[in-house]
Ligand binder design. Structure first.
Ligand SMILES: Nc1nc2c(c(=O)[nH]1)N[C@H]1C(S)=C(S)[C@@H](COP(=O)(O)O)O[C@H]1N2
Ligand SMILES: [Mo]
Length: 377
């Protein structure tokens, strides 16, 4: 039987990516032996609808709003073409993009608190080398005024319809402080023009913030002297639920702390000899300072934490690789755990804060492996 048509353009080899509806999740085993960056062929894809195929020759970025000199309107925007952007001073940024729902399935499997939405494991995250123009450069050229408080990039992909309601094109306000700080309008990913699925010809890259901030296929940017609202900062991408003040938290910004082993789920590990376990940890709030690993035969809370060795080349980077030597004491089922602490002191606990839409899972993931019997001597 033929595969259903994909909303994604790039090939999705089973060894690298797992298809789930319109999205594709990276397999963590596909990062084993890789450097700091996630190769583009295995970078996760999250589409609200489908990847549009756009023409850089006719593409325009249109800026308008009350935060620009002369307050140009949607119909009288300041325009930039692809070549205009390419001629502006270029900058590179090695930045992490993580879906706010990454790790969502552990709310159900570890805490008995299921949440609707894409049932991501830990593979909705990636680090790439992005090249483009600073958003601040384009905003200043477009006539940014001191009155601007929010900017709202909007994508050129189809309008998003959910539960019978058309929410319009994907768009989400970004506070002017972050917009001017380290945000890129990227046209290259890992040294090549952006692939269609990752936002060709131009996407926003907001380092360390929830992926929805990094609008792909950007076609316009509203710059406003008053706060902006869209479904993506009001009814979506906030923490909803009983634990929240008035039932809803602030719009999500930086991602929390997470750790992942570069192993398949239910990996088979050779017995009878020392193995080196590898993984990565990250946080949107700052560099990772330490990582600890605990390995037990059961699912009980761990108390035997020991430090992992951090890869020196990643210090201060977008994420931190680490390794941990382990000699399995016996064949059978073992539970691997890793927990990290970032430069702000934020860490990972046994449970994450439950919330209605299953965002920001930052709990310690219990990763099962099977240790094989050693070969006879
Ligand atoms: N225009 C547009 N931008 C978008 C999206 C989208 O559906 N449309 N998805 C967002 C979400 S939820 C995430 S997690 C990231 C994923 O980026 P990637 O597909 O390049 O990994 O893109 C964001 N930007
Ligand atoms: Mo996302």
């Amino acid at each position: 039987m033929a595969e259903p048509p994909s909303s994604i353009v790039k090939p999705l080899p089973e060894a690298l990516l797992a298809r789930q509806d319109g999205n594709a999740e990276m397999h963590w085993a596909a990062m084993a032996g890789q450097g700091h960056l996630v190769p583009t062929d295995r970078f996760f894809v999250r589409n609200h609808t489908r990847t549009p195929v756009l023409d850089a020759g006719t593409w325009r970025l249109r800026l308008f709003g009350t935060g620009l000199r002369g307050a140009p309107t949607r119909h009288t925007p300041i325009e930039f073409g692809y070549r205009d952007l390419r001629e502006l001073p270029a900058e590179e940024s090695v930045a992490l993009i993580e879906c706010a729902g990454n790790g969502r399935r552990f709310f159900a499997s570890q805490q008995g608190e299921p949440a609707p939405g894409a049932p991501w494991g830990l593979g909705a995250v990636g680090v790439a080398r992005w090249r483009g123009v600073r958003l601040s450069t384009v905003l200043h050229r477009a006539g940014l005024t001191d009155a601007a408080v929010d900017v709202q990039p909007e994508g050129l992909d189809p309008e998003y319809v959910t539960g019978g309601v058309n929410l319009g094109r994907v768009r989400r306000p970004l506070p002017i402080g972050k917009a001017l700080h380290d945000v890129l309008l990227a046209y290259e990913m890992n040294g090549r023009p952006l692939p269609a699925d990752h936002g060709f010809p131009v996407r926003v890259v907001v380092p360390g913030w929830v992926g929805i901030s990094s609008v792909k296929w950007v076609g316009s940017i509203e710059v406003s002297a008053t706060p902006l609202f869209s479904p993506w900062n009001t009814r979506l991408y906030r923490m909803f639920g009983p634990g929240q003040p008035d039932g809803a938290g602030v719009p999500l910004a930086a991602v929390g702390v997470k750790s992942a082993f570069e192993l398949p789920w239910d990996a088979r590990v050779p017995g009878g000899r020392e193995v080196v376990l590898r993984g990565r940890s990250w946080s949107g709030h700052g560099p990772i300072r330490s990582v600890e690993v605990s390995i037990r035969p059961d699912d009980a809370d761990a108390d035997d934490w020991r430090p992992a060795r951090l890869v020196a080349a990643d210090r201060g980077g977008a994420w931190q690789r680490w390794r941990f030597r382990w000699r399995p004491p016996a064949p059978g089922r073992w539970i691997l755990r890793a927990r990290a602490t970032d430069a702000t002191g934020a860490g990972q606990a046994d449970r994450a804060t439950a919330n209605d839409l299953g965002y920001l899972f930052d709990g310690i993931v219990r990763h099962p492996v099977t240790v094989l019997a050693p070969p006879p001597a």
